[in-house]
Write a protein that binds this ligand. Structure first.
Ligand SMILES: Cc1cc2nc3c(=O)[nH]c(=O)nc-3n(C[C@H](O)[C@H](O)[C@H](O)COP(=O)(O)OP(=O)(O)OC[C@H]3O[C@@H](n4cnc5c(N)ncnc54)[C@H](O)[C@@H]3O)c2cc1C
Length: 465
């Protein structure tokens, strides 16, 4: 019997002797945008929780075309990369700039280990290109479909206590401003603009290219193994220091955790069986559907099954191993907390979910990220533990995320800009020491608010300000 069939059999056997299934909530939220009378085509993001009806959509494939759109468009303009953000950053009913066609490598400087890519290049596309030049990125997140500009604009990160977000590896970037002019910025040239634009949420201009710092190409060895959650929480500090990359996924109502470590290796490339995350998630959903009426039984069956799982190993090129497929859609909230408060917050989050939200079946993901200097990075001058919670895309996440967000904010968390959160301008001012500097530079580069949508306007240019 295949290992994942074992869980199905266990659940089916239990079902034959047990109780009713849980009826599910199914009301995905929307931005409230509505179609205008002109024939327009809707845009929606990866999970489908953000929708808008732009009057105009442009997909420039050259800098000239991009400049022309900016010079000639009136009204608001928002940029979209791969549409992988869950928050309200992208939607606009005016002009949507789809940046994916502006992609590819501009230049590589092998001695300096830097490479300049057009902004719409995806993270996944950078891997083989850099490898051809003997280079690799320092770190990557757990999917690689995001565009470079989209990823850095929200401080997209992977895991690694000694590694910052992607924004921290930007050496310089070029912005095309509201007036259509190009401005280059880095630590020496327009340095304030650079500190703002490293994590700029698309509010300063359109990023046309990004120069990334890389390192010599390398291979990674993945080691994934299962442990009871209490053991992982007790050992998370040394595990995060002893491994280049360390993260863990706690599976609610099971007591069990999947630990994932990655370390640089010179071993030959080889792959063993990997966890099939997507079908695994649907199995957890099935277990939830039938067993959530009895948390004890659920822990016994699903936790017991997870205890039978063996460890996994794989060696591959760095760019081929970081990212996974995420074929089961979800909505996500993630907060970045000080290292000191991270584990207490996690304990509270687990207790809350297991007490009040039996519908949850997605794991809670915990990662480590190093402090950095971009003004609006959630890792600004602070090492962090990130805690992310998910809900299946067809389910209402509002009540659960609201309950968890209170806990994460109480423990000093700053939200991931690309994920669902309710952080206000006042909270941003308190959480980000450079908030006012960012407001000033945004005002300087986009005085008319061309790059603001209603969400961003509330944050960056509230009417009372
Ligand atoms: C399945 C999935 C897995 C994920 N995994 C991770 C993860 O492991 N780690 C993590 O940190 N996050 C993760 N995320 C979140 C994701 O990385 C961020 O939301 C990221 O910003 C998305 O990039 P994108 O190219 O889709 O940008 P979009 O979501 O399209 O846009 C994001 C922001 O960038 C702006 N933007 C886009 N292009 C430009 C441009 N050329 N110039 C200026 N501004 C621009 C947009 O206006 C917007 O403000 C994940 C999301 C999903 C759906």
């Amino acid at each position: 019997m295949q290992r994942r069939d074992l869980l199905k059999t266990l659940v089916a056997t239990t079902l034959a002797t047990s109780a009713p299934s849980l009826s599910l909530l199914a009301s995905p939220s929307s931005t409230g945008a509505s179609a205008s009378k002109k024939k327009v085509y809707p845009w929606k993001n990866w999970s489908g929780n953000q929708v808008c009806y732009p009057q105009n959509t442009y997909a420039p494939s050259s800098i000239d075309a991009l400049q022309e759109v900016l010079r000639e468009s009136s009204g608001r303009v928002r940029m979209v990369g791969a549409g992988h953000s869950f928050s309200e950053l992208v939607p606009t009913n005016d002009t949507l700039l789809a940046m994916r066609r502006l992609n590819g490598v501009r230049s590589v400087d092998e001695p300096k280990k830097t490479a300049t890519f057009y902004a719409g290049t995806t993270l996944g596309e950078t891997g083989p290109i850099l490898a051809d030049h003997g280079l690799g990125l320092f770190n990557m997140p757990d999917v690689d479909h995001q565009t470079l500009a989209g990823a850095i604009s929200t401080a997209t990160h992977g895991t690694g206590r000694s590694l910052g977000s992607l924004s921290s590896y930007v050496e310089s970037l070029t912005l095309v401003t509201a007036s259509g002019d190009e401005v280059r910025c880095n630590a020496n040239e327009n340095s304030d603009l650079f500190s703002a634009a490293q994590v700029g949420l698309g509010t300063l201009g359109v990023i046309s290219d990004v120069t990334l710092k890389g390192m010599d190409a390398y291979k990674l060895k993945r080691h994934g193994f299962w442990l009871p959650v209490e053991e992982v929480m007790a050992a998370s500090d040394p595990l995060s220091k002893d491994n280049r990359h360390f993260e863990f996924f706690y599976f609610p109502f099971t007591g069990m955790t999947l630990v994932d470590t990655l370390n640089i290796t010179t071993d030959a490339i080889e792959s063993h069986e990997e966890l099939d995350g997507n079908s695994g998630i649907m199995d957890l959903k099935m277990a939830r559907d039938y067993l959530s009426w009895s948390p004890k039984l659920r822990e016994l069956i699903v936790g017991g099954y997870l205890k039978t799982q063996v460890s996994m190993e794989r060696v591959d090129h760095s760019y081929a191993i970081y990212a996974n497929d995420r074929n089961v859609r979800f909505n996500e909230m993630e907060y970045h907390l000080p290292i000191e408060t991270g584990m207490s917050a996690l304990r509270e989050v687990i207790t809350k979910i297991e007490k009040d939200f039996p519908e949850v079946f997605f794991p809670i993901e915990c990662r480590y990220i190093k402090a950095e200097s971009a003004w609006l990075s959630p890792f600004y001058e602070r090492d962090a533990i990130s805690i992310a919670v998910h809900r299946y895309f067809e389910e209402d996440f509002l009540a659960m995320f609201a309950a968890i967000e209170v806990i994460l904010q109480k423990h000093g968390g700053r939200p991931h800009w690309g994920k669902i959160n309710t952080f206000t301008a006042a909270q941003c001012r308190e959480a980000y020491p450079k908030w006012q500097d960012f407001l000033d530079i945004r005002q300087q580069y986009d005085p008319k608010g061309k790059f603001l949508n209603p969400y961003l306007e509330k944050l960056f240019a509230p009417k009372e300000a």
